[in-house]
Design a protein around this ligand. Structure first.
Ligand SMILES: Nc1ncnc2c1ncn2[C@@H]1O[C@H](COP(=O)(O)OP(=O)(O)OP(=O)(O)O)[C@@H](O)[C@H]1O
Ligand SMILES: [Mg+2]
Length: 260
């Protein structure tokens, strides 16, 4: 279950992040990277961040702890930057945050960073499963911290939810974008990852994750049917995609054979 903390101090924006995430201190004295509900990407980016992040965790990948963070009208009220004040105002209430990993660096193959085969294979499987295109050389979203790899930034995953008509098609998608995956060169055990993922994921795991997504984030675009109808849609996608994993597993194997 995700904890909830209260934001107490706006520390600094992370300018490299397109959605203007920020480092924020909370009432437990921890530092967090906050993904704001009011950012241009909209609340569905937070939905994807939560669902995909927790699926990654269920697969045994390191994902920084995710928490809900409450933002009140006082946070950053006197910040000199108009854009930041606007963003904070549009984000009062509940937002999503990740544990901040101080001193982490971005994974960089050009600097001879390497990944273990099992980990790389599971990462490739995971990103293909949640249709995450943001794990490339130009946009790694992979942090090295105390010699371990941490997976961040899943806000663009599950992109069928921007067009629900595409749900069935995306459930079956082979996900050809996997050929650009940063860890594909090390992913020599994709079939083993597929078998392991099928042992670790199931409907129950998905339901427990989906139950934690706030109703307001699911219905922010005024979708009819309400939050539970949305949850059923995600569940249909996730269970269907798990059953159809052979399709994207084969595609990943094929893409890798062209690479190495
Ligand atoms: N938990 C964390 N610990 C340390 N640094 C982090 C953490 N999360 C994010 N960062 C840093 O902040 C940057 C922006 O975060 P993130 O990629 O999640 O934001 P975004 O707005 O979704 O970015 P993008 O521009 O890639 O869409 C990251 O590239 C990374 O350098
Ligand atoms: Mg990013």
């Amino acid at each position: 279950m995700l904890r909830t903390v209260q934001a107490t101090r706006y520390v600094t924006p992370l300018r490299e992040g397109g959605s203007l995430p920020a480092i924020v201190e909370a009432d437990d004295l921890g530092l967090y990277v906050v993904k704001f509900r009011g950012a241009g990407q909209g609340p569905l980016a937070l939905v994807a961040e939560l669902i995909a992040g927790e699926i990654g965790r269920a697969l045994g990948l390191n994902v920084p702890e995710l928490v809900f963070i409450e933002v009140d009208g006082g946070l950053g009220r006197n910040d000199p930057d108009y854009e930041i004040r606007q963003l904070l105002q549009a984000s009062t209430g509940r937002n999503l945050a990740l544990d901040y990993l101080p001193g982490s660096t971005m994974f960089d193959p050009a600097a001879r960073d390497k990944a273990p085969a099992d980990l790389a294979s599971m990462a490739v499987w995971f990103d293909a499963f949640v249709t995450n295109i943001d794990r490339t050389a130009s946009n790694p979203n992979l942090l090295l911290w105390h010699k371990a790899l941490y997976f961040i930034d899943h806000g663009a995953a599950l992109y069928f939810h921007h067009n629900w008509q595409s749900l069935d098609q995306m459930t079956e998608s082979a996900f050809p974008a996997v050929r650009k995956h940063l860890l594909l060169p090390w992913a020599s055990r994709i079939e083993q990852a597929d078998a392991e993922a099928k042992r670790k994921l199931n409907e129950q795991v998905f339901v427990e994750i989906l139950d934690q997504v706030p109703d307001a984030w699911l219905t922010a675009n005024g979708e009819d049917g309400g939050a539970d109808a949305r949850r059923s849609g995600y569940l249909r996608f996730l269970t269907g995609r798990l059953a159809a994993s052979a399709s994207f597993t084969e595609e990943a194997l094929r893409a890798r054979s062209e690479l190495v």
